[in-house]
Ligand binder design. Structure first.
Ligand code: KIV
Length: 246
């Protein structure tokens, strides 16, 4: 797939599936399932590295995850998340975006609207994915955003500005359904929701939530499609019993 394919999916009302992956094995699984877009999210900080916040992850780690995902899913569109601080200045943002492309990404995702950095990356011909609404890298609370008129209007205006940069898509995180719908109808770029209602042009979920890979409380918008936690613990117990029985 290329960027234009996602625009044509939007025009034709075909939903875009995106999931986060961080290694070759799960990327291979997602490619076998024909997921449209893989996101090497900075949630790797939480779900892979066990950190409290996404802001703790480095470019080096994100590049290692990106190249692993590329090896596992060589034929799927890969988006890599610019970690906290990696896009703070246009020159540095371009260098970091290029590192991701060299590691195998097709596009880079940036939280919020650092316009100069976004423009500089686009000028180099690199595809971008926007991310508006709840911005985990800088959020002080993980509650829904855009509930009051002023906040909703701000997110709507940001989406229109991002749309002008022709991003490959825009992730909308934890905003009211109606705002997700209003933005999706007003802009040309495909929108990918995570807790943004059912009217966005696609959906994204964190792999560890979707597969239920951990025992922790899930975010309110997460949906599970398997229980890898239970299956994994059972398998380890069975293995331990097998070893004990010699
Ligand atoms: O890093 C990530 O996994 C994300 C998703 C929550 C969209 O940005």
């Amino acid at each position: 797939m290329v960027k234009e394919d996602f625009y044509s999916m939007k025009r034709n009302g075909k939903a875009i599936s995106m999931v986060t992956v961080y290694d070759a094995a799960f990327a291979r699984m997602a490619e076998a399932a024909e997921i449209d877009m893989l996101l090497v999210g900075d949630t790797a900080a939480n779900v892979v590295l066990g950190m409290d916040r996404t802001a703790g992850i480095s470019m080096e780690a994100m590049c290692i995850f990106t190249s692993a995902v590329k090896r596992g899913a060589p034929n799927t569109y890969i988006v890599s998340d610019m970690p906290f601080g990696s896009d703070s200045e246009p020159k540095i943002a371009v260098q970091n975006a290029m590192r991701f492309i060299e590691a195998g990404a097709n596009a880079v995702k940036i939280e919020g609207l650092p316009l100069e950095s976004l423009n500089a990356i686009r000028e180099k011909g690199i595809d971008i994915v926007g991310h508006l609404g709840l911005l985990p890298q800088t959020a002080t609370s993980f509650k829904q955003v855009g509930k009051n008129e002023e906040e909703a209007e701000k997110i709507f205006e940001q989406a229109k500005i991002l749309d002008g940069l022709e991003p490959c898509s825009i992730v909308l995180e934890h905003i009211p359904d109606l705002l997700g719908k209003k933005i999706s109808q007003a802009i040309n770029s495909p929108t990918i929701g995570i807790g943004a209602g059912k009217h966005t042009d696609g959906q994204v979920l964190v792999m560890h939530d979707l597969l239920r890979m951990h025992p922790f409380k899930l975010p309110p918008f997460a949906k599970t499609f398997a229980n890898f936690w239970e299956a994994g613990v059972n398998a380890f117990c069975n293995y331990k019993n097998w070893v004990n029985e010699k």
